[in-house]
Design a protein around this ligand. Structure first.
Ligand code: 4AD
Ligand code: MG
Length: 430
C-alpha cells in the first residue's frame, strides 16, 4: 500500500501524502474549497486553494458529487480546530468514479428508508462507530477465551433438530428431507467439550421469532463457551469475568466510538465484578414488591426483565428458573427438582437478557425422559445421547448474544443497528 490512511496522517506532518477515499462533504468559502475525505479509518478536511492546485482540480472540488471516489495528494498540516488535529493542503486530486446523486441526504430519514439503504447507510459516522464497536467486542470475547486456553470450534448451521424449542425453527429443504437452521451451537459444543475440554463456538444462529421487538433478530451471532467438568457457580463466575472484560475493553479501546454514539459512559464505568446474583424466586418477589403482577412459574418477558434490570446499576444474574420454562437439556437443581440450574444475565438500564446458559443434564436416563417430556424426536438426538453413554461428566456453558451486548454497551435503542445487515421478521433486504 503506497498511500496513507487518515488515522496515520499525524505521523507525516509537513510531508507530501496520498490518501484514497470518498467525498463525505463539500463546501466553499470565498476562494477556498473544503472537502471532507472519508476512508474508513477516519474523516479529514482537505483544503483546496487556487494557488496550490491546477484550475481543473479547483473546478472539480467545486462540483464533485458526494460519495465520489478519489485520490487526493497534498501536504499534511497541523490544524488545532480539526477533530483529528490535522488537515490536508491539496496539491492534486483525481476522481476515480463520479457518484450518482447520493440517496442519503444530511436531513433526517425514517428508519425504513435507511434500512432499505443499509448498504450505503453503513458509511455514516454512527453506523461506522457501531460496526467498529461490534468488531472490538467480538475480538475481546474471543481473546478472553483464547487466553484461557479454550479451543474455538465451529458448529453446523444446517441441523437435523431443535436446540431451543420447536416454535422458532427455520425449516429448509435439504434434498429429499428437511433441515433446520441452527438456533444455538450448544449441543455440538457439548460434543466438542467432551473431546477438547473447554471450547467455544462463535457463529450465526437463527430463530423464526414472530416478535417485532427492539431485542429480537431472526439471525444473530452468539459466543458459546462449553466446559467439561465445570459446574453451575463457576460458570456464572466465568460469565461475570467475560462481561467485566468486555466493559473494560470497550471503555478503553472504543472510547472514540462511544463518543460518536454519545454514550453516557458513567453507567459503564460502574460495571465491575462482582455482579448481584438472585434466584428466580427472589426475582419474582422483587417484581411483586414493585407492584408487577406475576405468577411464579411463568417466564419473564421483556417488561419484567426491564423492571428487574432497572433495579440494579450492574448486570444482574438470575438463577434457578422453573425447569418448565427452560430447554430440555437443563440439569435439575438437586435441592429442588422444580428448578433448573439455569442462569440468565440481565444487562442494566433496562436492556434485558444478554446471556443465557447453565449446567447440562449429565444423566442418560434423565435426559431421555426430558426429550420425551418436551415432545422432541429422539432419533436425531441419538448422537447427543451418546455423550451421556460414553463417559458422561458434569458440564456447563452459556451463550452471549453479540448484538444485544453491543446494543447495551452502545446505549442505543434497537438491536437492528448492531449487525451489518439485520434480518428481522419483515426485513430480508438488502
Ligand atoms: O438464552 P438463549 O436462547 O440460550 C441458548 O441458545 C443456549 N443454547 C446458549 C448456551 O447455553 N450455549 O440465547 C442466548 C443469548 C440470549 O441471552 C440473547 O443475548 C441472544 O442469545 N438471543 C438473541 N439475540 C437477538 N435476537 C434474538 N432473537 C435472540 N435470541 C437470543
Ligand atoms: Mg434465554
Amino acid at each position: 500500500m503506497n498511500w496513507l490512511t487518515v488515522d496515520k496522517v499525524h505521523k507525516f506532518e509537513g510531508q507530501q501524502v496520498e490518501l484514497r477515499g470518498w467525498i463525505a462533504n463539500r463546501r466553499s468559502s470565498g476562494k477556498i474549497r473544503f472537502l471532507h475525505l472519508r476512508d474508513g479509518h477516519g474523516i479529514i478536511q482537505c483544503v483546496v486553494t487556487k494557488d496550490q492546485t491546477s484550475a481543473e482540480v479547483f473546478d472539480l472540488s467545486d462540483r464533485i458529487p458526494y460519495e465520489s471516489s478519489v485520490v487526493i495528494r497534498g501536504i499534511a498540516k497541523k490544524e488545532p480546530r480539526s477533530p483529528i488535529g490535522y488537515e490536508i493542503s491539496v496539491t492534486d486530486m483525481e476522481m476515480l468514479f463520479e457518484a450518482e446523486e447520493y440517496p442519503i441526504a444530511k436531513k433526517d430519514h425514517g428508519v425504513g428508508f435507511l434500512m432499505d439503504h443499509r448498504h450505503l447507510w453503513l458509511r455514516s459516522s454512527k453506523q461506522h462507530a457501531l460496526l467498529k464497536l461490534r468488531s472490538q467486542i467480538t475480538r475481546t470475547a474471543r481473546t478472553f477465551f483464547d487466553d484461557l486456553g479454550f479451543i474455538s470450534i465451529e458448529a453446523p448451521v444446517l441441523t437435523p433438530t431443535a436446540c431451543e424449542g420447536t416454535t422458532s425453527l427455520f425449516e429448509v429443504a435439504y434434498f429429499d428431507r428437511s433441515a433446520y437452521l441452527t438456533q444455538s451451537g450448544q449441543l455440538y459444543g457439548e460434543a466438542a467439550a467432551m473431546a477438547l475440554g473447554q471450547i467455544y463456538v462463535h457463529g450465526p444462529t437463527f430463530r423464526a421469532e414472530k416478535s417485532k421487538t427492539r431485542r429480537h433478530l431472526t439471525e444473530f451471532w452468539m459466543i458459546e463457551p462449553e466446559m467439561a467438568f465445570w459446574e453451575f457457580d463457576e460458570t456464572i463466575d466465568l460469565a461475570e469475568q467475560l462481561i467485566g472484560k468486555i466493559v473494560e475493553d470497550s471503555l478503553e479501546k472504543s472510547r472514540d466510538e462511544l463518543k460518536i454514539l454519545e454514550r453516557d459512559t458513567s453507567f459503564l464505568e460502574k460495571i465491575k465484578p462482582p455482579f448481584p446474583r438472585i434466584t428466580y424466586s427472589e426475582a419474582v418477589d422483587l417484581l411483586k414488591g414493585k407492584g408487577v403482577e406475576f405468577n411464579w412459574g411463568d417466564d419473564f418477558g421483556a417488561d419484567e426483565e426491564s423492571v428487574l434490570s432497572e433495579s440494579f446499576d450492574k448486570p444482574l444474574f438470575v438463577t434457578r428458573y422453573p425447569a418448565d420454562v427452560k430447554a430440555f437439556y437443563m440439569k435439575r437443581d438437586p435441592h429442588d427438582p422444580r428448578l433448573a440450574l439455569a442462569v440468565d444475565l440481565l444487562a442494566p438500564e433496562g436492556y434485558g437478557e444478554i446471556i443465557g446458559g447453565g449446567q447440562r443434564e449429565d444423566s442418560l436416563e434423565q435426559l431421555e425422559h426430558r426429550i420425551e417430556q418436551h415432545g422432541l424426536d429422539r432419533e436425531p438426538l441419538q448422537w447427543y445421547l451418546d455423550l451421556r453413554r460414553y463417559g458422561s461428566v458434569p458440564h456447563a456453558g452459556f451463550g452471549l448474544g453479540i448484538e444485544r451486548t453491543v446494543t447495551w454497551i452502545a446505549g442505543i435503542h434497537h438491536v437492528r443497528e448492531t449487525i451489518p445487515f439485520p434480518r428481522l421478521m419483515d426485513r430480508l433486504y438488502p
